[in-house]
Design a protein around this ligand. Structure first.
Ligand SMILES: *Cc1c(COP(=O)(O)O)cnc(C)c1O
Length: 422
């Protein structure tokens, strides 16, 4: 039910639009997002928490496209940002400033100023030195910065080590045992106002236990702070809910929502959530064309026109993405191939020894579950232009980002005067 399905003739559609048509008009590689899926995922997640007053701050880094940010804002969503660039994008897309929370271990003074000037809802502060700098920056501007302490509850999120963020050895958050002392430091700092507690233990979580365990620790600290005369306005449990790439069975948002709101029952704090992947992951595919079917003695390689610069998850996390032909030809049977891109790295591999329907050079494939951490992690390595992005809505589609040009690849580059003979 992701709105990427075959029609009766064996053509893969995004909602009602044949992917063939998008490729013919806009070329490949191209990211294609289904608005129906984006809308449904946002609504389901939001409604899952309806038993408690809450705010869904979509994690911008999962997919930073302005059209998506603006869609979620129109549905009542806010934004979880991690840089000045994401603040710029969120504001440009019309996300109300009082629905923006700012996470990240390395906020610069300049980014703090920009966010203070915008008037965001909360700085999720991740260390004592950050706290001290934010106090200085806010005082210099004659304002008070709203602060939620990001605590590290030391729970094992049981996910890939690169995306686990809640263990005590991780760079994120302050140890929960330091929470009380730092909260009191916030309260004593004239440039700061203590508004909440925050945690985010990792991404692609497929079990509820670790999140609930983290929430228990956060709520215990919130109670301790209230007892000490520092009641909080909000509690933020981050994002992280996993999706199905291939066979994983993560909890449904309703299960998470029910368990979390049960723990929040009767509590005064607003609940903030920061989902990314679960909203956008399965709402997008990467559309690519087979350049060559390359046979060697040992293997068959399917060489695509998409590469690790477009979608780095397989190279970075050994992530699995399903690959579907855009046109079905069941009569041809299957073959087992390594699916690779054109980049000069052996790591530029989407799948190894994968059995796929037999494909020919020139045909199209869809790499599934590419809506999250796909385009937002893209680079121009090998001087490849970043892909176009397309949003589909029913039978309509629109390039929400044009394919990068050779000119935009070199924008900002210049020769030093001594090379110009000046
Ligand atoms: C990445 C991130 C998220 C979103 O994580 P998902 O797994 O995509 O839901 C939320 N909050 C913080 C602080 C993050 O770093």
């Amino acid at each position: 039910m992701f709105h990427f399905d075959y029609d009766a003739t064996g053509q893969l559609l995004a909602e009602e639009v044949p992917l063939q048509k998008i490729a013919a008009e806009l070329g490949t590689p191209t990211y294609v997002y289904a608005e129906a899926t984006l809308t449904r995922h946002f609504r389901v997640y939001d409604q899952a928490f309806s038993a408690h007053s809450h705010l869904v701050c979509y994690a911008v880094k999962a997919n930073t496209s302005g059209a998506l940010l603006s869609l979620f804002a129109s549905m009542g969503g806010g934004a979880d940002i991690v840089s000045g660039g994401e603040l710029f994008r969120a504001l440009r897309a019309g996300v109300p400033t009082d629905r923006i929370v700012f996470s990240g271990v390395g906020k610069t003074a300049e980014e703090m100023q920009e966010a203070l000037d915008a008037g965001i809802l909360s700085f999720n502060v991740e260390s004592e030195p950050e706290l001290l700098l934010l106090d200085q920056v806010a005082r210099a501007r004659g304002v008070q910065a709203p602060v939620a302490l990001r605590v590290n509850p030391n729970v094992d999120a049981k996910t890939h080590p690169y995306i686990a963020t809640g263990l005590k050895e991780s760079k994120f958050g302050v140890p929960i045992t330091e929470g009380r002392r730092l909260a009191e430091l916030v309260v004593r700092s004239p440039g700061l106002r203590l508004t909440g507690l925050d945690c985010h233990i990792g991404s692609q979580l497929t079990k509820l236990g670790p999140t609930l365990e983290a929430l228990d620790s956060v709520l215990a600290l919130a109670d301790e702070l209230r007892g000490a005369g520092h009641p909080l306005e909000h509690v933020d449990i981050g994002g992280g809910l996993g999706i199905t790439y291939s066979g994983e069975t993560p909890p449904h948002p309703d299960e998470l929502g029910q368990a979390v709101t049960a723990k929040m029952k009767g509590r005064p704090e607003l609940l903030i959530l920061e989902p990314g992947r679960v909203i956008v992951g399965n709402a997008g595919i990467l559309l690519s064309r087979v350049l060559y079917v390359k046979e060697t003695k040992d293997r068959t390689f399917l060489v695509l026109d998409a590469a690790m610069n477009d979608l780095i998850r397989p190279s970075l996390y050994q992530a699995h993405h399903e690959i579907w032909p855009v046109e079905r030809h069941p009569e041809r049977g299957n073959f087992t191939v390594d699916v690779v891109g054109p980049i000069c790295e052996s790591g530029d591999t989407f799948a190894k020894a994968r059995t796929l329907p037999r494909l020919l050079a020139g045909e199209l494939v869809a790499i599934l579950s590419a809506g999250a951490y796909g385009f937002s992690m893209a680079s121009t390595y090998n001087s490849r232009r970043r892909a176009a992005e397309v949003l589909v809505s029913g039978d309509r589609f629109c390039a929400i980002r044009a394919r990068e040009t050779y000119e935009s690849l070199v924008a900002g580059e210049t020769l030093p005067p001594w090379q110009r003979g000046a």
